[in-house]
Write a protein that binds this ligand. Structure first.
Ligand SMILES: Nc1ncnc2c1ncn2[C@@H]1O[C@H](COP(=O)(O)OP(=O)(O)OP(=O)(O)O)[C@@H](O)[C@H]1O
Ligand SMILES: [Mg+2]
Length: 248
C-alpha cells in the first residue's frame, strides 16, 4: 500500500507553484522533501492534506484523498504546520489530547489519556503537562505540537519543519522518534526540512524540489551531488558511516 501523487499541479493566482509532480511513497518509508525557500515544499504538503487546491490525483490505498470526509481523513493524515498560531491558550496536555479528537466525541476515553501520557513521557514533556502552550519555550512548544501529531496515530504523517526551534539534542531525538514510529507503525511519513544533513542522516529517500519541480528523487547518496548547485553554496561532501553529509 502506498501514497501516489499523479501529475500534480498547483497554483497561487496566476503563478504555478507545483509542476507535474509524480511520486509514490510506500508504507514504512520516511521521505524528506528538501529544497530552497519558496521551492514549494509547504504547498506540496498542503495539497496532500487537502487544504490547497490542485490538479492531478492523490491516491492512498486505492482511495482518492479528495473524496474522503474530514473526520475519516483525520484518522488517515496528520499534519504539523510550519507555523502554528496560538488561537487561544491551552495546556500542553490539552494540545496533545486534541490529536485524539478523531477517536472520541466529547470526552476522551481512558485509553486516549494513557496514550497521550505515554507520548508526553517519550518527549520529556510530562513535567510541562499543565503549563500553557504560550508560556513555554519555542522548543517545548514545538515538541508539544509534534506530540499531538504522534497522538493522532494516523497512517500518513506530514511534518513541515519538525526540527525548527529545537536544540541539537532534540533535533536528533525528534528525528529518531519520527523514524522509529514510521517503522513501528508502518506509516507513510513525509518531512519538509531545511537541515539537509538531518535528511541525509535519517531519511530513507529524499526528494529535492526547486521552483516547484522535482530535481532529484533518490537515496541520500544519489541526491547529495545536486545540493551545491540547487542551494547555490560551495559545501564539501563527506561520507559519515555510509551516509553523506555536507560541510559548509
Ligand atoms: N498563500 C499564498 N499566496 C500566494 N503565494 C503563496 C502563498 N503561500 C506560498 N506562496 C508562494 O508559493 C511559493 C512556494 O511556497 P512554499 O511555502 O510552498 O515554499 P517552501 O518550499 O515551503 O518554502 P520555505 O522553505 O520558505 O518554507 C513561494 O513562491 C511562495 O511565495
Ligand atoms: Mg515551507
Amino acid at each position: 500500500m502506498s501514497l501516489e501523487i499523479i501529475n500534480l499541479y498547483s497554483n497561487y493566482g496566476l503563478k504555478t507553484i507545483l509542476k507535474n509532480i509524480n511520486l509514490k511513497i510506500n508504507k514504512g518509508e520516511l521521505l524528506a522533501i528538501i529544497g530552497p525557500n519558496g521551492a514549494g515544499k509547504t504547498t506540496f504538503l498542503k495539497c496532500i492534506l487537502g487544504v490547497k487546491s490542485y490538479k492531478g490525483r492523490i491516491i492512498y490505498d486505492g482511495m482518492d484523498l479528495s473524496k474522503i470526509s474530514e473526520r475519516e481523513k483525520a484518522k488517515i493524515i496528520s499534519y504539523l504546520p510550519q507555523f502554528t498560531p496560538i488561537i487561544f491558550p491551552i495546556t500542553i496536555f490539552e494540545n496533545v489530547i486534541l490529536g485524539r479528537l478523531p477517536y472520541f466525541w466529547t470526552i476522551p476515553k481512558k485509553e486516549d489519556i494513557e496514550f497521550v501520557n505515554k507520548i508526553l513521557e517519550d518527549l520529556n514533556l510530562i513535567e510541562y503537562s499543565n503549563r500553557y502552550i504560550d508560556e513555554v519555550s519555542g522548543g517545548e512548544r514545538q515538541r508539544a505540537n509534534i506530540a499531538r501529531i504522534i497522538a493522532q496515530n494516523s497512517k500518513i504523517m506530514l511534518f513541515d519543519e519538525p526540527t525548527a526551534n529545537l536544540d541539537l539534542k532534540y533535533q536528533l531525538e525528534i528525528m529518531e522518534l519520527i523514524r522509529k514510529i514510521t517503522k513501528e507503525r508502518n506509516t507513510i511519513t513525509i518531512i519538509a526540512i531545511h537541515e539537509v544533513n538531518l535528511a541525509f542522516k535519517y531519511a530513507d529517500r529524499i526528494v529535492l524540489l526547486n521552483n516547484g519541480e522535482i530535481i532529484c528523487n533518490g537515496s541520500p547518496n544519489e541526491v547529495i551531488s545536486m545540493i551545491n548547485k540547487i542551494y547555490e553554496v560551495n559545501g564539501e561532501i563527506i561520507d559519515f558511516n555510509g551516509r553523506p553529509r555536507i560541510i559548509y
